[in-house]
Design a protein around this ligand. Structure first.
Ligand SMILES: [Zn+2]
Length: 193
């Protein structure tokens, strides 16, 4: 099996992971760990690939004209991100709703849009806001709502505040913020939060 040469980014991370293995008291030359620094580097590169994507290239071609003004809801989008404080995963679901004003985003692209921001080092509150603002900017919607429910491994694995390891954040823009009925309809449709 031939391997592609590592990118400079992955090569740097490989060196760093080798040092981390030594620092935790491991022997990076033992058989089970021989490929671990390179493997971990490729994994980290994948988990942060959102830094190298642009919204235009991911979603740009999938904005369509519409005459509907009914609320569009996409529920239960799987979400995997890394907390910027501990570099540990937070995992959950993202729910998106918006009221179109002439333009909609292709359905499958909403999940990819979420990923552009989730595949970076994040805090959940900011991630929620970035997704909402991106949808607003790309569609000029009358309003956008985003709710994220996620469990944070930095809480769960470190044994602190386990009872608070699940967190819900929301961002409401435009009519979702101004109009209580619109917001209530959205929250009802995503499952009553
Ligand atoms: Zn954390």
């Amino acid at each position: 099996m031939t391997k592609e040469p590592a990118s400079p980014r992955v090569a740097t991370m490989t060196d760093c992971y080798r040092q981390i293995l030594e620092a935790v008291g491991e022997d990076p030359s033992r058989e089970g760990l021989l490929d671990t620094p390179a493997r971990a580097a490729r994994a980290m590169d994948y988990l942060t690939h959102g830094y190298h994507q642009s919204l235009e290239e991911i979603v740009g071609g999938a904005i369509f004209t519409t005459d509907t003004d009914e609320m569009v809801i996409v529920r239960d989008i799987e979400l995997y991100s890394l907390c910027e404080h501990h570099l540990l995963p937070f995992i959950g679901k993202c729910h998106v709703g918006y009221l179109p004003d002439g333009k909609v985003i292709g359905l499958s692209k909403i999940a990819r849009l979420v990923d552009v921001f989730a595949r970076r080092l994040q805090i959940q509150e900011l991630l929620t806001k970035q997704i909402a603002e991106a949808i607003m900017n790309m569609t000029n919607a009358q309003g956008v709502g985003v709710v994220i429910e996620a469990r944070h491994l930095c809480m769960m694995m470190r044994g602190v505040e386990k009872q608070n390891s699940s967190m819900t954040t929301s961002c409401m823009l435009g009519r979702f913020r101004r109009d209580e009925r619109t917001r209530a309809e959205f929250l009802h449709l995503i499952g009553g939060h």
